[in-house]
Design a protein around this ligand. Structure first.
Ligand code: PMV
Length: 309
């Protein structure tokens, strides 16, 4: 059985989503492919499965497979630890292949199992990554149920309502700093700021407001406004302390040819995302300051049964 899942970028609301504010993410056209077949021992890309290197795959198997050992092959276009959701992408691809083998494919089930795998492996997670790479297209996470509701995820007293959101075709460039930021360290850093400073709590709420304005701008296909709001979100994230000199360099380089640009994901390293009509120029500008550029577009496809290998 072969399956795949896309990568994602968070367009608005990272960090604030941890405190119940809304967030918007889109699936992008970089994918992870997997092939699984029954075997006499667990192997991944020809090597025995090891907890240390294959924790997402192992947790996915533990959650939904108790048959014979599996031989798993993976191919990924998604750079790891870049903020593009490589772990969610491999997790959802594996879950799709396993459920596909049992003829039990179900979008909500895959998204919820995906969240469970990330949660178990990382110790904490919001469902934004796994829901986005399962569904494809665009996702709005909100603390209340709205139109285009897909499913609800609850954990540790928190509740996230996941919605489909219509997004126009967006030409994006992701700039990877090559610095592998730790999501957990960044989330902890913002939490400390949030707990002792009411100003930080205001900033988190302002990010939520920017995100809801972005919902409208996306509906209106108002690229200039979407870009402005990305810049605004980036300022607020910088105040929260999750920016990084390399991200700032890439953002400044990208802005010359973009509607807007911001860090995406946890920050402290990782990636930026720029919205542009001139992907080649932006990619070149990012590479000139030392980043690795990926010209990407929105992927309509989330999880998928494939015939790739
Ligand atoms: O590092 P990423 O791309 O998985 O994004 C993390 C987003 C946060 O809002 C910082 C944390 C979360 O779990 O939502």
């Amino acid at each position: 059985m072969e399956a795949s899942a896309p990568a994602k970028v968070i367009l608005f609301g990272e960090h604030a989503v941890v405190y119940g504010e809304p967030a918007i993410a889109v699936a992008i056209n970089l994918r992870t492919y997997v092939r699984i077949k029954k075997s006499d021992e667990y192997r991944i890309n020809g090597y025995p499965m090891r907890n240390k290197y294959h924790s997402y795959i192992k947790n996915a198997i533990e959650l939904c497979w108790d048959g014979e050992p599996l031989d798993i092959q993976t191919k990924s276009e998604v750079p790891s630890a870049s903020g593009m959701g490589s772990s969610a992408s491999i997790t959802v691809a594996i879950l799709t292949a396993i459920l596909g083998m049992r003829d039990e494919i179900d979008e909500e089930r895959i998204a919820k199992l995906g969240f469970e795998v990330e949660y178990r492996t990382q110790g904490s997670a919001s469902p934004i990554d796994t829901s986005t790479v399962t569904h494809g297209k665009g996702i709005l996470v909100h603390k209340e149920k709205r139109g285009n509701f897909l499913w609800k995820v609850e954990r540790g007293g928190l509740r996230w309502y996941i919605h489909h959101i219509e997004v126009p075709s967006l030409k994006l460039v992701v700039g990877f700093s090559g610095i592998r930021g730790s999501t957990k360290d960044m989330v902890d850093k913002v939490r400390r700021f949030y707990n002792w400073n009411s100003f930080a709590r205001d900033v988190i709420r302002d990010i939520g407001k920017v995100t809801m304005e972005a919902v409208k701008a996306l509906e209106d296909e108002d690229y200039a406004r979407i870009g402005e709001l990305m810049n605004e979100d980036n300022k607020l994230l910088t105040i929260l302390g999750v920016n990084h000199p390399m991200l700032k360099r890439m953002i400044n380089a990208a802005l010359k040819h973009s509607y807007g640009a911001k860090l995406t994901g946890a920050g402290g390293g990782g990636s930026i995302v720029a919205l542009t009509d001139e992907q080649d120029e932006v990619a070149k500008a990012i590479e000139e300051v030392g980043g690795k550029a990926y010209k990407v577009e929105i992927s309509k496809d989330g999880f998928k049964i494939e015939n790739h290998f």
